[in-house]
Design a protein around this ligand. Sequence first.
Ligand code: MN
Length: 283
Amino acid sequence: MRICRFDDNRVGIVSGEGIRDVTAVLDRLPQVTYPLPRHDPFIAALRDLLPEMPAAARRASPIPVDQVRLLSPVANPGKIIAAPVNYKKHLEEALADKGIHHGNLVSEIHKAGMFLKAPSSLVGPGEGVKLVHLDRRNDHEVELAVVIGRKARNVSAAEAPGCIAGYCIGLDMTIRGPEERSLRKSPDSYCVLGPWLTTPDEIPDPGQLALSIKVNGETRQDAHTSDLILKVPELIAWGSSFYTLYPGDVLLTGTPQGVGPVRPGDMMLASIERIGSMRVEVT
Ligand code: MN
C-alpha cells in the first residue's frame, strides 16, 4: 500500500487511479496529551489502521496526484537519522573534490558513524526546498529513506525488517562547508520525504532498488541500493545500539555518487524503483 499526506493534512491511499482520501481513519488515533510522546502517533498506529484503509478508500473518489500538494508522509518524526558515506563511489568522489570535503575528515560509515538532521528540517515534495546561504554550494543527495514502525532497541539485523513501517524517497539537502553535518544539513526544508510511504510488502528487498535524481531533466545521480556499504538491516541494528528507535523515526541510508549543486529555480525529479517519483522545486 502507498500512503500519502496531502493538502491540509489529509491522508490518502495512492493507486494508479490517483489518491483516495482516508483521513477519517485518523479519528481512531488515541488522544495525545502532554507531555507528547517521542513517536509519531499516526505511524505508531499504522499497523492497526492499515486493515481499515481499503474500505475507507472505496468510499472516496480518486484525485489526480498532480492536483494535490504532497506533504511528508511522516508528520512528527522523533528524529531523523542519516548515514553519511554509505556508497563506496560517493566516498571516492568526496575524497577527490575539495568542494565536497572542505578539509573535513571524510571516511566511510564504519568510522564516521551516523548523524542527526533536525526534525524541523522536514518537508514534503509539494513544499519545495528553500535554499539559504546562497553564496555557498547547496547540494542534492537522493537517498532511500526507511520509516521505523515500532520501538526498537538493540535489535539484530535479522530482527530489523520487522521494525520497518515503510519506505520513501529522501532528499538530504546539504550546504557544503567546514561545519558539523547536523548544522549544514538541518535548515528548514533541507529534508524532503515523499512522495508517499510504501509499505514493506511492496518492497521485498530494500537492497535491490534503482535510485536516481534529475535536475532540470539532466541525470545527476543514477545508482542502485545493492551498492550500499551498510544495508538497511545493518543500519537499523547499528542505530538501535546507540538510541531507541521509535515509530516514525526516519533513517536516511546515504547517498550515492553524483551529488551536485542546485540553484533557485531548479526542478529536481527523484525516483526510486517500487516507490515512485517526486518533483521538488528549489526556491
Ligand atoms: Mn546524505
